[in-house]
Every structure is written in structure tokens, then in C-alpha cells.
Write a protein that binds this ligand. Structure first.
Ligand code: GAL
Length: 414
């Protein structure tokens, strides 16, 4: 009788869990991994002020652009760079690129904003647009001009990569001085003919433009470096995957892409070619330790961010893999990109540190006074367009990179 009762209780518990989590194997894995986050695992910030300050950062508040619309630049990147002004002359401004999530999960365009002080942002529009229909691609002057001269086959390929139901995430942009072009890399995904899960394509997409304000022309998408022979591939069924990704430009202008692969189990860093539009060596011929490096096999890290501090050391921050839910960040550091990466642990300090202050890493950038800033996403799975931004000051304690919570702060006096 007792056994019967326990059996019923267990069955009920499984039903309740399944109704909350669902039956998607990725979500089930996410839920288990979140349970491992310790006491903060259910931490949710409740008391954020609703409005971003006029002259300060209010992490987690709604942040509107100069026209009063919510800033749509999620999973993005901020950098201080030269941009053309109205007269075509170059001036330095902060440029923020990210996912415009006003269409929800799918069909995200990439939007760009500019600012002189990091507090006030002007929307410069969608710089890489997804394509709503075949008719739009072949008749709308925006697209016909952009893809002029493409064959039918090429147009079909472009349409299949950036159509409005595709997944387009985590855009990152670099300026290439040699070609005088701006290059965007992004996570380009969709369902495959074999699987219906929208994250099965697992590729990196590339687009270029003469201006940071677009329009960006989609070039191609591809799988990247593969597990070297002799090492144990954590996901041998699908080689060279690339999902959450980021770009890094070193002091000598060499650029790298850092991305999660092997079904989000292993991170990779691969060197880009001189125009930044492709890998320096194709995956079949790439040499581990020279062209790419495979990092922390099986550690299940994503949302990677790679920077080089003033001390010359490289820092690689990432999150765990719990979908839209926040989890614990971790930083590794190294003396050289393809050198030995040391595990520096969780960079966050204080309450909420176990869930990265309820955010997921997407960028670390320097303000013009040299102050480093952490920019993470506080995803709102129920309304992705109203996901919030968590910007916090970064400190370097000796060689260690740390991040602490601030309710309101200014980059001029962190
Ligand atoms: C996160 C990833 C996001 C998005 C999300 C979808 O882990 O970092 O960019 O892909 O999963 O669940």
C-alpha cells in the first residue's frame, strides 16, 4: 500500500516537473544543470528601478533610446570605435550592436546604436535584416540592391540562412583596416531536414558592409574547427558546430572567433583570415595550437567573451548552459591565446554571484577612460524584447578579473 502511494507521488512529481520544464531534452539538461548552481539557483532580481538613470547605469532597468523605444541590442557588443559622421568624416563613438528581439525568438534583425557618453543611445536602425519572404528578397529594393548580381542558387542560399523564421543570435562586429570593411559574425541557426529543433544547423554566419550602419550583406555561413584526431570528441555526431560566439581583435590586429561547439560542451578559439571573413585555415587542414585551440572539453560553457587586459593577459569569460535562465559565470586566463588556460573561477562577488547577478555574459569593453565594463543579458523568456541589460564595473585585482553588483553607478567614477 505504502509503495503504491510513493509510486503515485513520484509519478505526480514527474508530471509536474515535465509540465514546467517540458519534454525537450535540452531543457531537461538545463534544469538539472541549474540545480547544481547552489543557493542562488532561484535568484531573481525583484527590486530593480524601472527606468535607466539619465546620467548613470541602473543595471536591470528598462533602457530606452533617444526616441523613447526600448533598446533592442541583446546578446550584443559595445565598442569605442571610429565611425563616419554626416559628412563622411570619421569620429569616435560608442557603437552598440545586438539582436533586435521585437520579433521574439525568431527572425531577429541586428540593430546598431551610437552614443557619446554610454548613457544616451541613438538608434541607427537594423543593419542586417532578416528576410520575410522570397518576394521581399527578389522585389524589395533594399534586398535587390544588396544582392545584385547573385545567381538564383546564391539567392536561395541567402534566403535559407537569414529568413524570418531562422535563429540569428549574438552578432559581433569588427572593423578591418586592410579592407576598410566592417565584418559581422553571428550564430546562424535553424532546423535541419533531419531534425526540427531550431538549433540543429549550429553554424557561424558572416556579413560585411562599408559602414558600421549597414546595410550588411550576408556572405556565407559555415561550420568551424573540429576536434583534433587523438582527442575525445564530446559530440562526434556533428562536427565543427558553432553556436554562442564572440570575436576578439588582438593588439597586432589578428582576429579570433571564440565559440561553443560539440553540442555546447566544448569551447574553441579559431584564428580568422586577414579580411576577417573566414577562418585562417579551413577546418580539414587546420592545425591545433596554431590555427585553433579546443578548450575545456565537456565543461559545457557558452556565451564566451575574450579580451586582453592592460596587463597583457587574456581573459575568457563564459556562462554555463541553461538557456534563458542565468547561471554561474567562470573566467579562465592565459599568457597567450593558444597557451595554457588557468581556471580563475567565478569572477562575480557578493549576493547573486552564483547566477552572474541574474545575467549571461555577452561583452566586456573599455570606456574611453580605461574603465572595463561587463555587459550581460538578463533574459526575459516570456517577453524577449523586454530582456534587460546588466552593465557592471570590472576590476582587476592583481591578475584576477572581478565583477561586483552596483545598483546605480557611473563609468566616470565607478
Ligand atoms: C542561451 C544562449 C542564447 C540563446 C538561448 C536560447 O544559452 O546563450 O544566446 O541561444 O540559449 O535558449
Amino acid at each position: 500500500m505504502k509503495k503504491w502511494k510513493y509510486g503515485c507521488a513520484l509519478f505526480l512529481a514527474v508530471c509536474v516537473a515535465a509540465s514546467i520544464i517540458g519534454t525537450d531534452p535540452y531543457r531537461i539538461a538545463d534544469a538539472f544543470s541549474r540545480l547544481g548552481q547552489g543557493p542562488d539557483f532561484l535568484y531573481k532580481w525583484k527590486d530593480v528601478p524601472n527606468v535607466q538613470g539619465e546620467q548613470d547605469f541602473t543595471p536591470g532597468a528598462q533602457w530606452k533610446d533617444e526616441e523613447g523605444n526600448l533598446i533592442q541590442a541583446h546578446g550584443g557588443q559595445v565598442q569605442y570605435m571610429e565611425v563616419p559622421d554626416e559628412n563622411g568624416r570619421k569620429k569616435k563613438q560608442y557603437v552598440w550592436i545586438g539582436e533586435n528581439k521585437s520579433t521574439g525568438h525568431f527572425g531577429n534583425c541586428f540593430a546598431v546604436y551610437t552614443s557619446d557618453d554610454l548613457y544616451h543611445w541613438e538608434c541607427r536602425g537594423d543593419v542586417l535584416r532578416s528576410i520575410a519572404s522570397w518576394q521581399q528578397l527578389t522585389e524589395d529594393p533594399y534586398f535587390t540592391e544588396l544582392y545584385k548580381g547573385c545567381s538564383q542558387e546564391e539567392l536561395k542560399e541567402i534566403f535559407s540562412c537569414i529568413h524570418a523564421q531562422a535563429v540569428m543570435e549574438r552578432p559581433k562586429m569588427l572593423y578591418n583596416a586592410a579592407t576598410d570593411q566592417y565584418v559581422i559574425w553571428f550564430h546562424s541557426d535553424d532546423a535541419t531536414s533531419k531534425n526540427t529543433y531550431k538549433y540543429d544547423v549550429g553554424m557561424a554566419g558572416v556579413a560585411v558592409s562599408d559602414s558600421p550602419f549597414g546595410p550588411f550583406r550576408f556572405l556565407h555561413r559555415q561550420r568551424l574547427s573540429q576536434c583534433p584526431k587523438g582527442e575525445i570528441d564530446c559530440y562526434p555526431f556533428s562536427k565543427g558546430e558553432a553556436r554562442d560566439l564572440n570575436l576578439f581583435q588582438d593588439r597586432d590586429q589578428t582576429a579570433y572567433i571564440v565559440y561553443t561547439s560539440e553540442n555546447n560542451k566544448t569551447l574553441y578559439i579559431s584564428r580568422l583570415n586577414e579580411s576577417y571573413t573566414d577562418l585562417c585555415t579551413d577546418p580539414e587542414n587546420a592545425v591545433s595550437g596554431k590555427d585553433f585551440m579546443r578548450l575545456f572539453p565537456g565543461a559545457m560553457r557558452e556565451a564566451p567573451v575574450l579580451i586582453r587586459g592592460e596587463n597583457g593577459r587574456y581573459y575568457l569569460m563564459s556562462s554555463s548552459t541553461t538557456g534563458w535562465m542565468s547561471n554561474q559565470a567562470r573566467v579562465w586566463s592565459a599568457d597567450s591565446i593558444f597557451g595554457t588556460w588557468q581556471n580563475d573561477g567565478n569572477p562575480c562577488i557578493g549576493v547573486g554571484a552564483n547566477v552572474t547577478f541574474d545575467s549571461q555574459s555577452t561583452c566586456l569593453f573599455r570606456a574611453e577612460n580605461g574603465q572595463w565594463i561587463y555587459y550581460g543579458d538578463r533574459w526575459n523568456a516570456k517577453d524577449l524584447a523586454d530582456s534587460r541589460y546588466i552593465w557592471l564595473p570590472v576590476q582587476f585585482a592583481g591578475e584576477r578579473l572581478t565583477i561586483s553588483w552596483k545598483e546605480r553607478w557611473r563609468w566616470e567614477e565607478p
